[in-house]
Design a protein around this ligand. Structure first.
Ligand SMILES: C[S@@+](CC[C@H](N)C(=O)[O-])C[C@H]1O[C@@H](n2cnc3c(N)ncnc32)[C@H](O)[C@@H]1O
Length: 213
């Protein structure tokens, strides 16, 4: 999804940090071997996630929706020494693929994979998180927010991906389109919930930054 004219989008990407070699490899192998490679964050958004994580310098990161591990590795770049990234995915076929790339990175020992439904796993995680990335099934975004907001430290950040849903959230909604309806509700919740302050960045498919007050 390009919200900017393509030539400007290309300029932005060209003048931003390059995709690290390991992530280029992961990106390629995902496209060759794994279903729905469009789910992967990709080079530009990956560099944005890395930059945000380096600015936040988190000790504990939670990711909801690992897929092939691309965004986990980008976020891990900002971990403090001894920090941990916990990432959850329901698809057990991806576990070995993720681990291969985590172990090939400098962050292998800091990344903990959790297999299962995120709504079952989140209550079992006993950390106060500095940074949470929500990037799993869209109809559950509201549930994820409620499940993690009290596990976030004051000043902690929630990043939510795909919040513009190819622009559909700002157009008339088809009654059967549950994902769009719930994303519209989610965006409204983040705007109104007094526990967080929120800005939406119109990059890629829309990335929200919410900061806990
Ligand atoms: C968009 S992909 C994540 C992409 C990844 N964050 C990245 O940028 O490379 C969404 C992932 O969420 C996972 N998922 C969907 N529903 C889930 C659930 N209820 N609990 C945990 N993971 C779920 C899917 O298996 C899929 O791998």
């Amino acid at each position: 999804m390009h919200f900017l004219p393509e030539h400007i989008d290309n300029y932005v990407v060209k003048h931003s940090e390059n995709e690290p070699e390991l992530l280029q490899k992961l990106n390629r192998e995902t496209h060759q071997k794994i279903l729905q490679p469009r789910m992967l964050s990709g080079d530009y958004q990956g560099r944005v996630l890395s930059m945000l994580s380096k600015l936040i310098q988190p000790k504990y990161i939670l990711e909801i929706g690992t897929y092939t591990g691309y965004s986990a590795l980008c976020l891990a770049e900002g971990l403090t020494k001894g920090g941990e990234l916990h990432t959850i995915d329901v698809n057990e076929e991806l576990v070995d693929f993720q681990r291969k790339y985590f172990d090939a990175s400098p962050f292998g020992e800091q990344i903990y994979q959790h297999l299962g439904n995120a709504l079952d796993i989140i209550p079992e995680l006993d950390h106060t998180f500095d940074l949470v990335f929500i990037d799993a099934d869209k109809p559950n975004y509201i549930n994820y927010f409620h499940a993690i907001v009290e596990k976030l430290r004051p000043g902690g950040i929630i990043l939510s991906d795909n919040v513009l849903w190819s622009g559909k959230v700002a157009e008339p909604i088809n009654d059967k389109d549950t994902s769009t309806k719930l994303l519209v509700e989610y965006n409204q919740l983040l705007k109104e919930d007094s526990r967080v302050e929120t800005v939406i960045l119109p990059i890629r498919d829309g990335l929200t930054i919410s900061r806990k007050r």
